[in-house]
Structure formats: structure tokens, C-alpha cells
Design a protein around this ligand. Structure first.
Ligand code: NAD
Length: 459
């Protein structure tokens, strides 16, 4: 678990320790022992599985690829979490991402635990047959520990429905006769995936922002105005104005969040910048997001990088450095690329007053503290980007029951579930001075701790 996550878990337990209504049966010495046990349980993964996949490339060379499956905690249900294909994947990162999944599922009342997988490759360097082989090998090495009631992978950076379809196919071949439909989520719809799953995370990221800045403020304006705290002021300052947005990352999460913001009728959004691994595109009058989505789809997921490409796509934008997106003078910054993007060295350049974490851990602990102390609202990953795992849960249910929902039913279920969480968290956040991340962690840790206690795991 990263320092940031473990220190927030520790802070949450400290806050809960002093709350007499939390686990009131535990008193004095017993309470102290139980809380020490909770720190130990929640900050350590149950299992770290590591293998070196033996893969024969098309040129007949044999290589060994490091691969992980971390199972952090399953007190709430089977382990659940994506598999990332990226050259910088490492054990610590996968452990951290798995622990975030435990907390995210607890926060949103999804009956799953937390897991995560990683394969240390740049998928762009392999052809389709080699990628297929890598997926199969991953399953051959890890199939024993996976399954619909044990551990259910999903896509993450560098993987998508194609990889999940391949992996489910291999799982089914290796374990004939076993239940396989719920073994992977994020599959293609034709192969048992859920309608709406591809869009779920990006839609949820935007919905979280919109709910806070529109729905919640509309219903609670008077109450908020009476609150005398910096975060309520930031929210109110931004509730009635035309908003400018910059979005880092234009992949699955970033591009869908951008489309939602572009089409939103509740807020006056203008998306002035989007970025990816190569460039930032900027237009002070607002970017044509649907046109950019179309062109990236035809360009292996990359934004245009030359004036010629922009002209061909009939998009007006200035090309800037990829890091420039972080320091533009916008109201809102959506981080939907990778972790650790805003850190101690660049945090003073960030001008946005509201940051939405579409990616996992995109703001480091140091940067988070500086921004929060200045009244910047950071909508944390575990609150904002849970749409994917929530719809994965509905995909798992649909696979189990072989009854499939319409796209509208899926979105309604997703938004209803997220709204339930917001209605618990937002009044607490605006009502007390803790940053939003801390509020979410306290809620998640409280749920996990109570279940651990009820299941007798603290003795
Ligand atoms: P993706 O691979 O589809 O897109 C990633 C985007 O980030 C691409 O546009 C890429 O060019 C860009 N990028 C890569 N390196 C960058 C850099 N250094 N600077 C700027 N941009 C860079 O991935 P995704 O599925 O959209 O996931 C994005 C983030 O959201 C990840 O942190 C992932 O863990 C998190 N997340 C994804 C889901 C999901 O359902 N896809 C769910 C929860 C969280």
C-alpha cells in the first residue's frame, strides 16, 4: 500500500477510534488491540502472486514477461480489479491499486473485495497474435486463483474488451464445465459483457462532478451558504458560472468524461483543453470533442499531433506540450491518465480550483495537502471513478443470471448507486473540515472494519 493510502487508512482509523458510536462494544485495551489489528489487516494484501510469463514471439525468440495478480482483501466478496498492461507496472503499484479497489468497493457498497493485475509490457510493441498469447499465458499461470467467486479481473490501462474476451476464452478451455460468464467483466457485449460497461467509468466521473456542482448545490444551497468552510465556498463560487475544463488523458475514461461534459445541459461547460501521452490541444473558445473522439478512434487512440491532422479533422486547436494541460488557467482539471501526475514539483503551477480524479492516485500526498489547504476541492478516485466496477458488478450479476439489462437500465442502476454514496458523503464533507478523500476513506474503512469485526477477524 502506498504511503498516501496507508496514512489515510491510519488517519481514518484514528478518527474512528475516538468515535464512541463506532464499534461501541470495543472498549479500552480490547479496542486498542482491535484497532492495531485493523491497521495491520487493511494495510497488507492477502496475496501477492507473481510469475514470469514464457512467451514465444512471432520472430521465434522466447521472452519472460513479469506479471502480477495481487489480492488485497476479500472480506466483502470476491477480489475484483483490472489488469494493466504497461511498461512501468511494478509490484508496489499493483498492491496500491488493489488496496484502492478494496476501499472503493467498500465505499460504494459493491459486494466485492479488492484485487489488481499487471503485466510489464508496452502493448504497442506487440502484434495481435503476441498479445493474444500473452493474455492466454496470464490465464494459464493464474487460472487457479481466478474465478467468478474468487477473483474477477476487468480491463485497465492498456487492456480492453478484446483482452477480456481472450482471457475468458482461455479460462473456459482450462476449466471445462466450470462457471465462466462471471469470471471476467468488461467483456464485449456479444460475449456476455454489459451494455454501458465501456462508458461506465467516464460517465461516472462526470456524473460525480455534476452531482456535486449542480444537483447537490441546487437542493442544499441554503445549508451550504451557512457553512463557513473553504470547500463550501469553492463549490458555491463555481456553481453559477460558465466553467472552463481541462482534461488530462483522452483514453476510455477521459474521452467519455469529455463527451459527457460537452453534452451536459445542467452546467455551462467549455472544454478548452484535452491531452494524451503526446500532446495537449487547446482552444479558448472550446474544443470540438465529438470530432476529437472520432479522430482518435481512427488513430489508434492518439490525439492529432500536427496542424495538418487537425485541419483534416476540421478541429481548431493549438498544439502544446503534453504537460501544459496541468497548468492552464481553468476552473476544473480532470485527471484521467496515470498516477502521480500532480506532485510536489508542479503543484504550484496548478490553477484549477476543482480537480476530479478519473485516474487512480493522480495526485501525490504532498500535492494533495497543499491543494486542500488552499481550498481546492479534489474529488478523489475512489469516489469518482467507481462507475466501472459498479457496472462490472451488474455485468457479473447478468452473467450469473443470464438475464441482460438494457443500456438505460444499466445507467440508471449505476447512477442510483453512486447517488446513494454521494448523499452520504457530501453532507459530511461540506459539514466538517476534512478533505473529501478523508471523508471517503473514513466511510470505507468504517464499513470494512465493522464487517471484519462481525466476522470475528480481529481476535
Ligand atoms: P486508456 O489507456 O484508455 O487511456 C489512457 C490515456 O492517458 C490515453 O489517452 C493516453 O495517451 C494518456 N496518457 C498516457 N500517459 C500519459 C502521460 N504521461 N500524460 C498524459 N496523458 C497520458 O486508460 P483508461 O482506461 O482511460 O484509464 C485511465 C485511468 O483511469 C487509469 O489510471 C486507470 O487505472 C483509471 N481507471 C480506469 C477505469 C476503466 O474502467 N477504464 C476504471 C477506473 C479507473
Amino acid at each position: 500500500m502506498s504511503k498516501q493510502t496507508s496514512s489515510i487508512v491510519q488517519d481514518s482509523l484514528n478518527a474512528l477510534y475516538d468515535d464512541e458510536s463506532f464499534l461501541p462494544d470495543l472498549k479500552n485495551g480490547t479496542r486498542e488491540k482491535a484497532f492495531t489489528s485493523l491497521v495491520s489487516i487493511l494495510s497488507t494484501p492477502n496475496h501477492v502472486n507473481k510469475s514470469f510469463l514464457r512467451v514465444t514471439l512471432e520472430n521465434e525468440k522466447v521472452i519472460r514477461i513479469p506479471a502480477f495478480r495481487v489480492q488485497h482483501n476479500n472480506i466483502l466478496g470476491p477480489y475484483k480489479g483490472g489488469i494493466r498492461f504497461h511498461e512501468s507496472v511494478n509490484e508496489e503499484e499493483v498492491i496500491n491499486l488493489a488496496s484502492l479497489m478494496t476501499l472503493k468497493n467498500a465505499l460504494h457498497q459493491v459486494p466485492f473485495g479488492g484485487g489488481k493485475g499487471g503485466v510489464v509490457i508496452n502493448p504497442r510493441e506487440f502484434d495481435v497474435k503476441e498479445l493474444n498469447l500473452i493474455c492466454k499465458k496470464y490465464i494459464q499461470y493464474f487460472s487457479e486463483i481466478l474465478g467468478p467467486d474468487k477473483d474477477i479481473p476487468a480491463p485497465d490501462v492498456g487492456t480492453g474488451d478484446r483482452e477480456m474476451d481472450w482471457m475468458m476464452g482461455e479460462y473456459k478451455s482450462i476449466r471445462p464445465g466450470s462457471r465462466y460468464r462471471g469470471s471476467f467483466t468488461g467483456k464485449s457485449v456479444v460475449n456476455g459483457g454489459s451494455l454501458g460497461r465501456r462508458e461506465a467509468t467516464g460517465k461516472g466521473v462526470y456524473y460525480t462532478f455534476r452531482y456535486m456542482l449542480h444537483d447537490f448545490i441546487q437542493s442544499q444551497r441554503k445549508w451550504l451558504e451557512e457553512r463557513n468552510n473553504i470547500f463550501a465556498k469553492t463549490a458555491l463560487d463555481h456553481s453559477d458560472k460558465d466553467l472552463t475544463l481541462a482534461i488530462q488523458g483522452f483514453g476510455n475514461v477521459g474521452s467519455i468524461a469529455a463527451l459527457e461534459a460537452y453534452r451536459c445541459n445542467y452546467l455551462n461547460n467549455k472544454i478548452v483543453a484535452v491531452s494524451d501521452r503526446n500532446v495537449t490541444l487547446y482552444n479558448s473558445d472550446g474544443l470540438d470533442i465529438p470530432a476529437l473522439v472520432k479522430i482518435t478512434a481512427a488513430n489508434k487512440g492518439d490525439l492529432p499531433t500536427s496542424d495538418e491532422e487537425l485541419t483534416n479533422a476540421e478541429v481548431k486547436a493549438k498544439i502544446m506540450d503534453r504537460a501544459d494541460v496541468l497548468s492552464l488557467d481553468t476552473d476544473v482539471l480532470v485527471l484521467a491518465a496515470l498516477e502521480d501526475q500532480v506532485h510536489a514539483k508542479n503543484v504550484q503551477d496548478v490553477k484549477a480550483r476543482i480537480i476530479v480524479e478519473g485516474a487512480n492516485s493522480p495526485v501525490t500526498a504532498e500535492a494533495d495537502k497543499i491543494l486542500s489547504d488552499n481550498g481546492v476541492i479534489i474529488v478523489p478516485d475512489i469516489l469518482a471513478n467507481a462507475g466501472g466496477v459498479i457496472v462490472s458488478y451488474y455485468e457479473w450479476l447478468q452473467g450469473r443470471d443470464t438475464q441482460f439489462y438494457t443500456e438505460e437500465e444499466v445507467y440508471k442502476k449505476q447512477f442510483d448507486k453512486m447517488k446513494e454514496t454521494f448523499d452520504t458523503i457530501l453532507p459530511q464533507f461540506f459539514g466538517d473540515p476534512h478533505p473529501l478523500r478523508q471523508n471517503c476513506y473514513i466511510h470505507a474503512v468504517s464499513k470494512l472494519s465493522t464487517v471484519l469485526y462481525r466476522q470475528g477477524k480481529l481476535y
